[in-house]
Design a protein around this ligand. Sequence first.
Ligand code: GFB
Length: 316
Amino acid sequence: MIRKTDRIYVAGHRGMVGSACVRALNAIGCENIVARTHKSLDLLDPRAVREFYAEEKPDIAIIAAAKVGGIGANSAGNAEFLYQNEMIAMNTVMGAYEAGVKRLLFLGSTCIYPRMAPQPIPESALLTSPLEKTNEGYALAKISGLKLCEFLRRDKGVCYHSLMPTNLYGTGDNYDIVGGHVLPTMIRKFETARVNGDAAVPLWGTGTPLREFLHVDDLAAACLFVLSLDNPPDLVNVGSGSEITIRELAEKVKAATGCPAEIAWDATKPDGTPRKLCDTSLIRSLGWSPKISLDEGLARTVAEYRESVANGTVRT
Ligand code: GFB
């Protein structure tokens, strides 16, 4: 149970997920948020992280800090994705344990599951067959983090547990054309083509892969939900429960932005994993379900993107 007086450390509070968690916590009256910018605390430095925890002594930690990116960034940088995310996970989780933090939520991604996992993917599919190569580094680091939480819980009795969200989008996303995830990248590409009057919008791969999308505000609600459980499962998936092909997504974004340009598929770019729908029956059985449909979330995100372009605050 989260109390209004709890000191809650949100690692990655300026990122899309961390900032959504801070908004959700503030909305339920939790104002005692502990946060550090990247500049003031290097999460790759174990000593600095240890000193931070000793000084701040939070009651709860939400680990939303990570080096993240879309298929382009991941496939070009598996070494950095593995190294940085491994260090962040080990330092933030072990540092919390050493400082006596009683409750911790570790956030990962459904790319921890095998490339050819059964669909929808149950939590039990973890480590049953090989990973998708384009994001193997990121996945391995996230698996280490969730396992560290599981081991500390089992062996030391602290309530450390993990949430694995499907592909996320929404407020505060990164609109980098090369390194970003598909949904924000598509919004930027279609918006740019509309404004410039371009005839075609280049998109990656074949358009046939299936993906599931969850608005980040739904994820933040899920974080608070699992943190409110006295005995949460070690590992819980969170997703919208419905999937869409990349081609269908492109048509939706094209319509949402009102861009008349044609779509030009570049099959030399990777498709990544063919399908990634998570089985959300566990979190639904516990009493949580998503509230924001893709159409609603997309409309909201396009409006926010236009606003951030107009006022010069768009993240790229
Ligand atoms: O979101 P995304 O980059 O990553 O791409 P993943 C999803 C799909 O969209 C792939 C296609 O099939 C891409 O080929 N796609 C089409 C595009 N056009 C574009 C485009 O312009 N940009 C991008 N980025 N994709 C990531 C992992 O996998 O998912 C991370 O790399 C993480 O580790 C994240 O798990 C949630 O869904 O393939």
